[in-house]
Design a protein around this ligand. Sequence first.
Ligand code: UT7
Length: 330
Amino acid sequence: MNKLTAAITAVGAYVPKFVMTNQMLEKMVDTNDEWITARTGIKERRVLKKEEGEGTSFLAIKAANELLRKGNIDPKEIDLVLVATATPDSLVSSTAAFVASEIGANNAFAYDLLAACSSFLFGMSTASSYIESGRYKKILLIGADKMSSIINYKDRTTCIIFGDGAGAVLFEPNEEGLGLQDEYLRADGTGRKFLGMEGGGSIMPATHESVDADKHYIFQEGKSVFKFAVSNMADVAEKIMERNHLKNTDVSWLVPHQANKRIIDATASRMGLDASKVLMNIQRYGNTTSATLPLLLADYENKLKKGDNLVFAAFGGGFTWGSIYLKWAY
Ligand code: UT7
């Protein structure tokens, strides 16, 4: 028998209905469409309103159900449900367990995976390892975030960037050598002072004072994060190309985390790729944290061809970052 590889065999996605445009943000904070467009590439993002649904699980369930419907997959065959997220429904109880029950994946075990904007990328590694070992056959990996739940809409340094959304992929064994080929994943804990959320964890549980001081919102020192992101994302993408003897002409698509168009452009440029090979939807969704990569796959699914060489790259809070080389399987 050939060596088992782990391939993506189905994709689904969901974004909430409410569209928050740059013009709307102009009325909320001291900013403007020109600045946001030039500095980030973002024109609008989605926000989950209470009337539509509550919590990250709402988005995750929608994305997963779309995948099951499109792929005609019986949820009872799923072995594991992983939810990659920075905004779980609540602390302690697993969001993934709730999602698994709601979609009818009653034979699966389930857990959440937290690595900020790299959660989905690292989840790809986890899912693939289980498949390659032969231990499980169908793993549903969902990247979902309701970033609006931790955004201060009075803080112009964060509220312009983030949005809500979810995407899901199914990993299955492949005997043709398609799927995940290589990964280079990194972390550096000194980065947590530049991007994170001070309140709500074990260091600073919620108090009246912490709430009054806006400690339960995400903060970021944009300029510092930008510098780390721009060099590290390009470094790991270049490394994965070198290690796998991929020339720029061998790469079919760059699938980059959607945090800032300038970071994406810099990564593509270092890889020697022109814009036609770069998956991008930041203009419509902003930075959806764990959902950016699967949302790209869903948006571009019709363009991807069996055997295409995809290079994923992401950078996020922690810091966490990395790159994955994957051959598309359908
Ligand atoms: O996904 C997780 C990882 N996160 C990232 O990768 C994000 C990385 N960082 C960034 O994308 C960028 O740093 C930002 C988009 C957040 C900010 O862009 P920047 O080019 O780094 O701007 P800056 O913070 O250096 O600010 C430049 C100027 C400042 O004014 P002065 O001091 O030059 O007069 C800011 O006060 O722009 C001002 N500014 C704004 N102006 C209008 C900052 N935010 C805004 C705003 N609208 N929203």
